[in-house]
Design a protein around this ligand. Structure first.
Ligand code: SAH
Length: 277
């Protein structure tokens, strides 16, 4: 079929650029018909490596189908395995949920939460029409727990946040992994992959990203409490890439965190100890 060739070309391009390496992630991009999640665009547009706005309000983009190469990098960080239970926050078009479902396989359960009812309905229809019976689309606020579904092996947040909600930790099993696009006021927007060790999240990788903000308090910027180890770090003119982040619940954070990090950002729910590269 014609759309197969477009998908193969996109996968070849992402492989060439280095955003796609894992065979399971590549197979998912080859399989999911992206054009069926953004009706009304040509195949060229649907398989270009670009985000496409799917809902806006007065010039502000509320939702978009994410850029494939950015999703590829995040899905590689996630290391989803067959049979995993995966929670996605921010269904949007449903495209990423379909990619996750391909990687996790038919025996897995994917739960995806969307706050906009029209998007949720469209995504549910598109996922069903493409045969993704193992994806449950939930209408609701992703900052809250989904009743009766935890624990999850993976949590993937598909909107920009400036904090890690307690509900996300609580739904993630110990040893599980969360990928969250974070802008915490210390050097730009990064999708950070963390593994949970009890009450600590330790980063396993960081990739640049660009997302629409999560609606509600975790998406809009509260006045961050930023602490730096040295004045040089505070006033240094060069933004430095993030090397690693250790995150703990803010109720459990202590000043000693600064001894192990360059910058500590204490957000209302989670405190981030950031080490620069
Ligand atoms: N994964 C999507 C991209 C989503 S864009 C895709 O592949 O197409 C981000 C989505 O998050 C938008 O649809 C937006 O409506 C949704 N969103 C924003 N705030 C939210 C919240 N608090 N809870 C659930 N969904 C939210």
């Amino acid at each position: 079929m014609e759309d197969d060739r477009f998908r193969e070309a996109l996968v070849a391009q992402m492989r060439h650029e280095g955003s796609l390496r894992r065979p399971d992630v590549a197979r998912a991009f080859e399989a999911v018909p992206r054009h069926r999640f953004v009706p009304g665009v040509t195949l060229e547009e649907a398989y270009a490596d670009r985000a496409i706005s799917i809902k806006s309000d007065g010039g502000e983009t509320l939702a978009s189908i994410s850029q494939p190469s950015m999703l590829a990098r995040m899905l590689e960080l996630a290391e989803i395995e067959p049979g995993h239970r995966v929670l996605e926050i921010g269904t949007g078009s449903g495209y990423n949920a379909a990619l996750i479902a391909e990687i996790a396989g038919t025996s897995a359960q994917v739960v995806t939460v969307e706050v906009e009812s029209d998007l949720s309905e469209h995504a549910r229809e598109a996922l069903a029409a493409c045969g993704y019976d193992n994806v449950r689309v939930v209408l609701g606020d992703g900052r809250e727990e989904v009743p009766g579904e935890a624990p999850f092996d993976r949590v993937i947040v598909s909107a920009r946040a400036n904090d890690v909600a307690r509900a996300w930790w609580q739904q993630l099993r110990d040893g599980g992994r969360i990928i969250v696009p974070l802008d915490i006021g210390a050097g730009g927007e990064y999708a950070v992959g963390f593994t949970r060790y009890g009450d600590e999240l330790r980063s396993v990788g960081v990739v640049h990203c660009l997302f629409v903000p999560l609606r509600g308090e975790l998406g809009t910027a509260p006045p961050e409490r930023v602490f730096t180890r040295t004045l040089d770090v505070r006033y240094g003119s060069q933004p430095r890439p993030i090397k690693s982040i250790l995150a703990v619940p803010t109720t459990a954070a202590s000043p000693e965190l600064l001894e192990r990090a360059d910058v500590v950002v204490a957000q209302p729910q989670t405190t981030f100890a950031v080490t620069w590269g």
